[in-house]
Design a protein around this ligand. Sequence first.
Ligand code: SF4
Length: 323
Amino acid sequence: MKYDYDLIAHYLKVDRDTFNREIKDKAFGVLNNETKSQVYTGGLLALTNICVNNCHYCGLNRENGTINRFTLNDDQVKSSMKIVKEMGLKRILLIGGENPKISLNSYLKYIEEAKKNDLEINLAMGVFSKKEYKILKEAGLDYYTIKFEISNPKIFNSCNPDITFEERMKAIYEVKEVGLKLGTGSIVGLKNQSFKDLVNDILLTKELEADWVPIVPYIPAKNTIMAKDTPFGDVDILLRSISLLRILLPNSQITAGQPTQNSTLGFADKEGNMDAMRHGANKLFVEVTPFALQKDFEITQGRKLLQLQKIDEMLDALNLKRV
Ligand code: SF4
């Protein structure tokens, strides 16, 4: 079966029973067979909430004067990596705003530290040059994450005033060209996103052969432009997208930390997480950002994550394995 535009469009709107029978169960089967029931779990460390950009959907936008801005120091990064290792996890994601005050040398130190702790390392820190991606790759960086957010250039440009869609895509292709694994994906429910865009977002994720798909629903964040008139994204469409992506990209990791519709528990909603895994998602994070700083890293409202014990309980219930 060829998962082209028409077939994906069909499955995004077919009745739920048919979808469950023909796609959801198949996607869970792919997760259990091709993906060997593996759920990739890692530590998430917010490195900085300082950002030079003003994306209309993100709580870290530079215009938001209501959060205390921070950048972790080297000792905080080192001790967080140690914590990840002591938890028995094998990977760490360093995520943050685009903060030009953090030098390339600092990132090289963090990569070296991750390797000392036998951790796979993923950076999601905004746009670098191709030369810099190459230096990071040569230093041992495993993944670089840079989302395309939406495949429609006009909408992308309307809510990302500091970078064009073309520039973002160039950066994404450069990550691939230097041989880094790529984390990329979309947001379900951005302002003015059409049904056609939702189908094209899935097709673009496939075309990019994303190694990690950090797809999420749009969740309004305080003090952002988009939150004024855009509701919570459609979680049913999100879950259908996850299943279709699992079938299209059987070996990729897909974010399972998902909310239920309008949940106040955010990404720490156990039901949302389990539902995402039943649809084929298989990547989870445990927060290792120093506790006192977590409240100032609200990219979206109520950004919380489940603790490791809860993750293990969910995986046991679903007969999945934490790796
Ligand atoms: S999405 Fe990223 S680049 Fe945009 S404002 Fe938020 S942290 Fe900055």
